[in-house]
Design a protein around this ligand. Structure first.
Ligand SMILES: [Zn+2]
Ligand SMILES: [Zn+2]
Ligand SMILES: [Zn+2]
Ligand SMILES: [Zn+2]
Length: 401
């Protein structure tokens, strides 16, 4: 009798033989491939990954996924049960980190997977563009979106990049048949969720809410900077105002309708301005996503909040009640273990309570305990996500409590 087919050890890699496999319809071919790969990854996680020992161990090393991927996991059907089980491990891994020595967290495995898929698609397309018919087909379909022309600039040959930039500019005004210009911002299924979370961002202080002070300040700075860019009337081709994929998605999601095309035209100009810098400079530094003005403002605000807290803890080493999410607390610990030691016991206590709630919720989800009354512990997985990284709710209190 033949043996059963073994379960795949990881998410399947989408077949990709040539650029022709990518050029199957209008819109950015890299987005289409990367989006398909990303949704397969999330589906794999829901079906198998969440219970796979290797995948869970990997997630413990990064204390979960990044905010964007975590929101993706949370929006899947059956997320409550799956993430209750997963966060039992993640919260305990965080408690070990808080009690032990400061060590670097691994990157988000979801981002590693998606970046790998986009990189493969981009590489294949750039190779294919040496061929005339492939080039014509790519032009006919509109070329690449703004974030992927930017990504291509770090890899491709100068002439191909210049051609891609021209095709991108032409697509803003003409565009492939039957589509609006919105695809030029790149695919971003998370943009509406971020918009809703930012709109709910509290204006004042949040005493007793447990919200991370650094994530809250970062969220407010991000919102203010996005509002400034959206409201600006004089938008020139300034490479310093070129936004990363996520923040371009934020501007487009907030603008909607007729406001979208001018924003995209402006960002395409900013990208063209960045591309006209000397090639030697770009090879050395690249056009880094970290140069996005909104990322910089938000990162600065978070760092200021951590530094400010560090100063206060140094001045009053017994002062309690300064909450940080685990991610920011670990950052403080790496910079100043003595200051972190003042608030770590409070975080360890909160983490211990969450672990107990997650255990209770997990138990009530089993058949043997299905009749037990369910209480607030059933939403502990949402609070656990915010405890590990306040960016999951863009700095707001966890939703769905
Ligand atoms: Zn794209
Ligand atoms: Zn991620
Ligand atoms: Zn935080
Ligand atoms: Zn950004």
């Amino acid at each position: 009798m033949p043996a059963a087919t073994p379960l795949p050890p990881g998410p399947a890699v989408l077949t990709l033989y040539s650029a022709a496999d990518l050029l199957t319809g209008p819109g950015c071919p890299v987005c289409r491939y990367a989006d398909e790969a990303a949704s397969r990854y999330l589906a794999w996680f829901a079906l198998e990954g969440h219970g796979d020992a290797t995948a869970v161990t990997r997630l413990c090393a990064s204390l979960g996924m990044c905010p964007r991927h975590t929101r993706g996991l949370m929006s899947q059907p059956g997320a409550a049960r799956r993430l209750t089980a997963l966060y039992r491990y993640l919260v305990r891994a965080a408690l070990d980190r808080l009690a032990g020595r400061a060590a670097r967290l691994a990157g988000c495995p979801g981002c590693e997977h998606d970046d790998g898929a986009a990189g493969r698609a981009l590489e294949t397309l750039l190779e294919g563009l040496a061929d005339g018919p492939v080039l014509d087909r790519c032009r006919e379909l509109g070329g690449l979106c703004i974030p992927h022309v930017r990504a291509a600039s770090a890899r491709g040959d100068q002439r191909v990049i210049a051609w891609l930039a021209q095709t991108m500019t032409a697509a803003i005004t003409v565009g492939p048949a039957g589509s609006g210009p919105g695809w030029l911002a790149g695919i971003d299924h998370d943009a509406d969720a971020r918009l809703a979370l930012r709109e709910a961002l509290p204006a004042g202080a949040l005493p007793g809410s447990g919200v991370c002070a650094a994530c809250l300040d970062a969220g407010r700075a991000e919102q203010a900077q996005l509002a400034r860019l959206a409201g600006s009337s004089d938008r020139g081709p300034d490479r310093r105002l070129l936004l990363c994929h996520g923040h371009l998605g934020d501007l487009v999601a907030a603008a909607r309708g007729p406001g979208v095309a001018p924003l995209l035209a402006w960002q395409a100009e900013c990208l063209t301005a960045a591309l006209t810098r000397p090639a030697s400079f770009r090879r050395r530094r690249g056009i880094r996503p970290a140069d996005c003005p909104v990322c910089l403002a938000s990162e600065d605000a978070a760092q200021r909040a951590v530094d400010d807290l560090r100063g206060r803890l140094r001045g009053a080493p017994t002062a309690p009640g300064f909450p940080l999410c685990v991610r920011h607390l670990l950052r403080l610990k790496a910079a100043d273990p003595r200051a972190a030691q003042v608030i770590a016991p409070d975080a360890i206590e909160r983490g211990g309570q969450l672990a107990a709630e997650l255990d209770a919720a997990f138990s009530k989800g089993t058949w043997a305990h299905r009749h037990e009354a369910k209480g607030p512990e059933m939403t502990a997985w949402r609070r656990a996500a915010a405890f590990l990284d306040g960016g999951v709710f863009c700095g707001s209190p966890p939703r769905g409590n």
